[in-house]
Design a binder for this molecule. Structure first.
Ligand code: URA
Length: 190
């Protein structure tokens, strides 16, 4: 079975398993993930916002536009990467995802990563970082690759948080620019 077929099966499983039925009921649709199943980089955000909920794709609003600009800066397009969120339904009024919602979706996120087998997982924001590495603080570890359980994670600030904050925006751009060299180093070490 191709990676795309495996990802499609996993999407259907989330629906069949009725993960977070209350969130599902208030959302327009499941926002599963998008991009290249053979990607070397997987980006993981928090949860869909309004635009994502309406279009059924992650990071299609203002934060997504900023992310696309940063991808372009390192010579990549959305088609080159895979992108998803921890929580796959929009929380009402864009509230933070609840701990139990993150826990409910985590096994499916881990299965997505097992199918794709990226070189690096880029976490966007503290929720995403702390799903994998609960003891780390984003303000202290952003831009520093962390190896854990055979996978390399790169914690970055969330593009929505950095969008209108000049200092954080530049930090995110600078951290983003490290990605190609980090990937090269990981591949050389394999
Ligand atoms: N913010 C996120 O964390 N995910 C999205 O898909 C959009 C905005």
């Amino acid at each position: 079975m191709s990676k795309q077929q495996q990802l499609d099966e996993l999407k259907q499983r989330i629906l069949d398993d009725k993960v977070c039925p209350e969130l599902a009921a208030s959302a327009t649709q499941l926002v599963y993930g998008d991009g290249n199943p053979d990607a070397e980089i997987v980006f993981i955000g928090e949860a869909p916002g309004k635009n994502e909920d309406l279009q059924g794709k992650p990071f299609v609003g203002a934060a997504g536009k900023f992310l696309n600009e940063m991808l372009e800066m390192i010579g990549l397009k959305r088609e080159d990467i895979y992108i998803t969120n921890i929580v796959k339904y929009r929380p009402p009024n864009n509230r933070d995802p609840l701990p139990e919602e993150k826990t409910a979706f985590l096994p499916y996120l881990q299965s997505q990563l097992e199918v794709i087998q990226p070189v690096i997982v880029v976490t966007l924001g503290r929720h995403s970082l702390n799903c994998f590495l609960p003891d780390l603080q984003i303000s202290q570890v952003h831009g520093q690759p962390k190896r854990y359980n055979g996978m390399v994670y790169l914690p970055l600030f969330h593009p929505a948080a950095a969008l209108y904050n000049g200092g954080m925006r530049q930090t995110l751009i600078d951290d983003f620019a490290l990605i190609p060299a980090i990937i090269k180093k990981i591949k050389l070490a394999k």
